[in-house]
Design a protein around this ligand. Structure first.
Ligand code: MF3
Ligand code: CO
Length: 250
């Protein structure tokens, strides 16, 4: 069942989203060579506690950490660890914030230190593909319109789109219907309706789209060792167009 959220639920999710955006801005400042993803995870947990929030991912289906931290060829659900990040690594930090029962989900890819041209392009295209998907998230459009816009753009830039993980409905639990693939056909799939709250979270690879699973049964990485980037926002389908609940721009 695809639920539509009340004004009150959306307001609570927006408060969680603003807090999540502020966490990402703090992480951006700390993303320098020598830091570890475990240190980032610890920082997030204490920052959320200081702001009266909890990391919803921790314990979700047995996931052990507050954040997912996916480095270089890791696509998603990387485990935070003690290895030091080095200049040029790319790291996707993904988390779900629970503030007073309102949830918000947002992932962001960071470069450790300075980005070279190749890395900047991967990140720019991935971020732009997210916004191209969000543009399609209008009442009356269909779910396929979102994936189609993302795929057409990202593949046109020479990248591939991960198929094995999708965006999703969210609130009051992390993963709700519908699935939102980041590829597909325009005009296909369920219609988007006012009040739906969903994530859009394209994972874009430099090489092939296929993924393989690590022995930890969580972490997905590219089959060919190519790098993968991801940006994710939680959005509301509103009559006046999409509202980004996790925006870092305000
Ligand atoms: N934030 C992730 C997403 O975008 C959810 C991760 S599932 C967890 O869908 F178990 F790692 F929490
Ligand atoms: Co997420």
């Amino acid at each position: 069942m695809i639920t539509r959220k009340s004004k009150r639920e959306i307001e609570m999710m927006h408060e969680a989203g603003k807090l999540l955006a502020s966490v990402h801005k703090e992480i951006a400042k700390r993303m320098t060579p020598g830091i570890t993803t475990k240190e980032i995870d610890d920082f997030v947990e204490s920052y959320l506690a200081d702001h009266g929030a909890t990391p919803e991912q921790k314990g979700y289906s047995g996931y052990p950490y507050a954040t997912c931290a996916s480095v270089n060829d890791e696509i998603c659900h990387g485990f935070p660890r003690d290895e030091k990040l080095v200049q040029g690594d790319i790291v996707t930090v993904d988390m779900v914030v629970n503030l007073n029962g309102g949830l918000a989900d947002s992932a962001w890819t960071y470069v450790v230190g300075e980005a070279d041209e190749r890395t900047s392009k991967l990140l720019d295209v991935t971020k732009t593909s997210l916004y191209k998907g969000i543009e399609q998230a209008m009442p009356g459009n269909r779910i396929g319109d979102i994936g189609h816009a993302i795929q057409e753009y990202a593949e046109g830039e020479g990248y591939s789109v991960v198929r094995d993980f999708t965006g999703h409905g969210i609130g009051p639990t992390i993963h709700e219907e519908p699935h939102i693939p980041h590829f597909g056909l325009a005009g296909k799939g369920p219609r988007l309706k006012e009040g739906m709250v969903v994530t859009i979270e394209p994972m874009i690879n430099e090489g092939a789209w296929q993924s393989k699973m690590d022995d930890n049964n969580w972490t997905a990485r590219t089959v060919d060792g190519s790098r993968s980037a991801q940006y994710e926002h939680t959005i509301v389908i509103d009559k006046n167009g999409p509202i980004i609940l996790t925006s870092q721009d305000d």
